[in-house]
Design a protein around this ligand. Structure first.
Ligand code: MF3
Ligand code: CO
Length: 248
């Protein structure tokens, strides 16, 4: 069931989404070699709580942290650890959600730590660009495949693969609502979008093949070929006259 939001509801959703945006900007300023991923998670939890919100991920389906921190070949859902240190040259996906006044916000960035290889830099830039390609020209008259297929075409035309096993999603009163928003599909196909649809659009792209697996911890998703992976996500609203990004 897809829950369309009224403009008033979207106004309430702005709050959670702006907290998510500001949390990621805080992380961007502070993340550096030598900090543990548990430390980053602590910054995130404290910041979100200082804004009167709750970190949606903490306790979600038993998830043990507020942040997903996914380094290099980890695609998503990396669990923060006091034993895992961020290092120069890594690409570090930071994905987080906040909940306030009954609604969730969700966004992710992949940060480049110090000097990273050209190969990784281009991958990270392509994930971000794929998001913007995917929403370009989208309105309530578009179809879901216009987003999904455009992302896939863009990513694959640059020689990368899109993860199939995980998708974006609707978002609102629940962190994950219908519809699923795949990063692969066919332009012109899929369900029609609607005025007031709120979606988390999140390209997850790999340098190598698209296959992934989940580690024994039940969360950490890695590329099967251990090639690096990049993730870029924003919560958006579909309106009759275009797409509004709530987490920027
Ligand atoms: N932003 C992530 C997503 O869209 C949130 C994962 S939270 C977790 O799936 F608890 F599931 F890790
Ligand atoms: Co998401």
């Amino acid at each position: 069931m897809i829950f369309l939001k009224t403009p008033e509801e979207v106004n309430v959703m702005r709050k959670a989404n702006l907290i998510v945006r500001d949390t990621l900007l805080m992380v961007r300023d502070r993340i550096r070699p030598g900090v543990s991923t548990a430390e980053v998670d602590k910054w995130v939890k404290e910041y979100i709580e200082s804004q009167g919100a709750k970190p949606s991920c903490l306790g979600y389906a038993g998830y043990p942290a507020s942040t997903c921190i996914s380094i290099d070949d980890v695609v998503v859902h990396g669990i923060p650890s006091s034993k895992k240190y961020i290092e120069e040259g890594q690409i570090v996906g930071v994905d987080l959600c906040a909940y306030i006044d009954g609604y969730h916000g969700d966004s992710a960035r992949t940060f480049m730590i110090g000097k990273v290889s050209e190969e990784k830099r281009k991958l990270v830039e392509t994930a971000e660009a794929a998001f913007f390609e995917g929403i370009k020209g989208i309105t309530s008259a578009s179809r879901l495949g216009d987003i999904s297929g455009t992302i896939q075409n863009y990513v694959e035309s640059h020689g990368y693969s899109v993860v199939r096993a995980l998708t974006g999603h609707g978002i609102g009163r629940e962190m994950h609502e219908d519809p699923a928003v795949p990063n692969y599909g066919v332009v012109g196909r899929g369900i029609r979008l609607h005025h007031g649809m709120t979606l988390a659009v999140e390209p997850m792209i790999n340098l190598g093949r698209y296959e992934v697996y989940t580690e024994k911890d039940g969360w950490t998703v890695r590329t099967k070929d251990h090639s690096p992976s990049a993730h870029y996500e924003n919560t958006v609203v579909i309106w009759d006259d275009g797409v509004e990004i709530l987490t920027m």
